[in-house]
Design a binder for this molecule. Structure first.
Ligand code: G1P
Length: 290
């Protein structure tokens, strides 16, 4: 069965970008002229995703409004011919009727628990998980590259990319066995290992294709790194009975959950956007000369 549904865990507090994320969900912070979350949804739609399951939490209801009709706004923009382009940009953000579900994670118990919250909406089919902190700039989209790989090998796939060794303890890390192009056979995975115990410098990047059997494992998954229910720990158990590959996608990554990563995403996208590219280049020169 193809990959039609995606889970986007959006319940996190956004601790690393406070106080900006105090009253605005961090997923809605803008990168040039669209929220981080829009880039991630676009990536998923380009991979054929038809249904989005947002695992939200208290204080995140602006996300539902963002993907809905904005009746007054659209009506007002529609009255003015000069605003036709802006109206188009606004209307593009609406997800088709029935294409979004929202469920709440009541307590921050970990990524594994957040994904588990989507189990009834996903049902018995393979699905994608996209962590919306991370913008992946790639062509075809990073998830589309993974879906293409999935069509060949099936099973479960996690996106990975290399990080400097001093950063491995902040991530899930894989133990690679052998490689066939961008697909990597693994012998294991570990969540947030101490640097000296990390099996490689290939970190799990926040894009997953998973089989529905993961839900049964998440159901009784104990706490792991950081005292949280970790998706990685349940994936390690799923590896015992199912095929699992890592996939090194081709493209660039921006971790918008950190201040520096968010800034880099803004700069990189401003340098490409037709309305800001020229100004961004000039401004970078101006401020780097100082
Ligand atoms: C989560 C995952 C981790 C992954 C990371 C990618 O960690 O648990 O395996 O490497 O996302 O951003 P978190 O950033 O939620 O601590």
């Amino acid at each position: 069965m193809g990959i039609r549904k995606a889970v986007l865990p959006v319940a996190g507090f956004g601790t690393r970008v406070l106080p900006a994320s105090k009253a605005i969900p961090k997923e809605l912070l803008p990168v040039v002229d669209q929220p981080v979350l829009q880039y991630v949804v676009d990536e998923a739609r380009a991979a054929g995703i038809e249904h989005f399951v947002f695992v939200t939490g208290r204080g995140k209801s602006a996300i539902e409004d963002y993907f809905d009709e904005a009746f007054e706004l659209e009506h007002a923009l529609g009255q003015k011919a000069s605003k036709a382009d802006i109206l188009k940009d606004v209307q593009r953000t609406k997800l088709p009727p029935g294409a979004a579900s929202f469920t709440r994670q009541q307590a921050p118990l970990g990524l594994g628990h957040a994904v588990w919250c989507a189990k009834d909406i996903i049902g018995d089919e393979p699905f994608a998980v996209l962590l919306p902190d991370v913008i992946l700039r790639a062509k075809p989209s990073a998830l589309a590259q993974m879906v293409e790989a999935y069509d060949k090998v099936g099973g479960n796939i996690v996106a990975v990319d290399p990080v400097p060794e001093e950063n491995v303890s902040s991530y899930g890390v894989i133990a690679p066995k052998s490689r066939d192009g961008r697909l990597i056979e693994m012998s294991g995975m570990v969540e947030k290992p101490p640097r000296e115990e990390a099996p490689s410098n290939l970190k799990i990047t926040g894009r997953y294709i998973l089989q529905p059997e993961i839900f049964g494992l998440l159901e009784d998954q104990g706490k792991g790194a950081g005292g949280e229910i970790q998706l990685t720990d349940a994936m390690v158990r799923l590896m015992e009975s199912q095929s699992f590959h890592a996939f090194e996608f081709e493209g660039e990554e921006f971790d918008c959950g950190s201040k520096a990563g968010y800034f880099e995403a803004c700069v990189a996208h401003a340098l490409e956007h037709p309305e800001t590219a020229g100004a961004a280049r000039d401004l970078l020169q101006k401020y780097t000369k100082k």
